[in-house]
Design a protein around this ligand. Structure first.
Ligand SMILES: NC(=O)c1ccc[n+]([C@@H]2O[C@H](COP(=O)([O-])OP(=O)(O)OC[C@H]3O[C@@H](n4cnc5c(N)ncnc54)[C@H](O)[C@@H]3O)[C@@H](O)[C@H]2O)c1
Ligand SMILES: [Zn+2]
Length: 365
């Protein structure tokens, strides 16, 4: 068995472990982090039937009482105030006490929703993240951001809550649909490019095998990602500056997602957003990293173009910088670009015309 863990110490909460292993011994991982008591499991309608029984059994083995297993519909729509209320009321009806623990078993939706429930139920209970999607393992379960969407926009309600433990069983990824695996790999590629060094080398070495769900390759890339994201958010827990580099590829991605009415999977939008940013980096800062990006995205099973969209709608949804206007009166956009692999710069001003041509370069027929 491959043992693997990273300790995250943000300074603002107790340090906690992120365990990433095949055939993870959940009972022992949880027993290291918390004294057993009452716990509730939150999961969704896709993950629950596959993995909740085994998790319940492991927690029972470790001496936990589980008065409630709450299952919400799979999908982003569960990050809503209505579902949040349902979950809170289920916990209250089950009598989950003030010193109870919420186990969030699922992808980023369950992690964000469960985290927000844990941050507010009885003014806050313990949270254990049990991420089952690759995206949740490498991105959403790290950093302490939890929350919900409003009809007015995504992630408009939220809190910061660090979990007591993040435990990821690599076997869970065996049931993740291929397309979802690639969504997670988009964020892995992003962080490897931002980090450079041995993480970047690991991309070249492990991406193909990770796509084939090789446990060792997945473990290496997940641990690299967790270490990298934890380091960035620890330096900058409240997002003053450094954390902004994690938006690499995301400026255009957000515009594309909004223009497509959120039909476009996030990781695919980020993939082409990075490619567009690589082109902008070349024209504005010099380095030729376009082919490197293309190779990595292909290896991750990600597209190099997305279905055609209205460029003006994409631009309109990108959120321009209203304080700075270029001479033509159009707002400027702020991008994370690259001076090289491992050397991102944030806040680079990009004109509307430059952005238009970068967007156009990743639109397919
Ligand atoms: N908090 C943060 O810092 C942060 C960072 C990035 C993203 N997010 C949020 O994360 C969410 C996206 O996360 P996601 O991509 O994991 O989406 P998700 O939770 O909707 O999971 C994707 C799909 O995969 C299914 N699934 C998950 N694990 C599975 C498994 N092991 N086997 C079979 N099916 C499985 C889910 O049921 C769902 O249908 C978004 O809401 C986003 O805003 C949060
Ligand atoms: Zn993202």
């Amino acid at each position: 068995m491959l043992a693997g863990s990273v300790t995250v110490d943000t300074g603002s909460a107790a340090p906690y472990e992120v365990r990433v292993e095949p055939a993870l011994d959940l009972a022992s991982a949880v027993s290291h982090a918390l004294r057993p008591g009452a716990g509730a499991i939150l999961t969704d309608s896709s993950v629950g039937p596959l993995h909740a029984d085994a998790v319940s059994a492991a927690l029972a083995d470790a001496g936990w009482e589980i008065p409630a297993v709450v299952t919400v519909p799979a999908g982003e729509a569960s990050k809503s105030l209505a579902v949040y209320e349902t979950v809170l009321r289920r916990l209250a009806a089950a009598g989950l006490p003030r010193d109870g623990t919420l186990f969030a078993l699922g992808g980023g939706v369950v992690g964000d929703l469960g985290g927000f429930v844990a941050s507010s139920y009885m003014r806050g209970i313990n949270l254990v993240q049990l991420p089952t999607s690759l995206l949740a393992m490498v991105d959403s379960s790290v950093g302490g951001k939890v929350g919900l969407d409003l009809p007015e926009g995504k992630n408009l309600v939220g809190a910061f809550l660090q979990p007591r433990l993040v435990a990821a069983n690599l076997d869970w990824l065996q049931t993740l649909p291929d397309r979802e695996l690639s969504q997670g790999l988009a964020e892995v590629v992003k962080m490897g490019i931002l980090s450079g060094g041995s993480f970047y080398d690991d991309l070249g070495e492990h991406l193909g095998a990770a796509r084939g769900r090789d446990a060792e390759a997945l473990q290496a890339l997940i641990l690299d990602s967790v270490r990298y994201k934890a380091a960035v958010v620890t330096e900058d827990e409240r997002e003053a500056g450094l954390r902004a580099v994690l938006n690499y590829g995301h400026t255009i991605a957000h515009g594309l997602e909004a223009a497509a009415g959120y039909d476009l999977p996030h990781g695919e939008a980020v993939a082409v957003g990075m490619l567009a940013a690589a082109r902008l980096s070349q024209s504005k800062l010099g380095p030729d990293l376009v082919e490197t990006h293309e190779d990595l995205l292909r290896a991750a099973g990600l597209p190099l173009t997305v279905p055609s969209a209205d460029v003006e709608a994409v631009l309109g949804a990108m959120g321009r910088d209203k304080k700075r206007r270029s001479s033509d009166g159009e707002g400027r956009y702020r991008f994370v670009l690259l001076e090289d692999i491992g050397r991102p710069v944030h806040g680079v001003p990009v004109t509307a015309d430059e952005a238009r041509s970068a967007i156009g370069s990743v639109l397919g027929p």
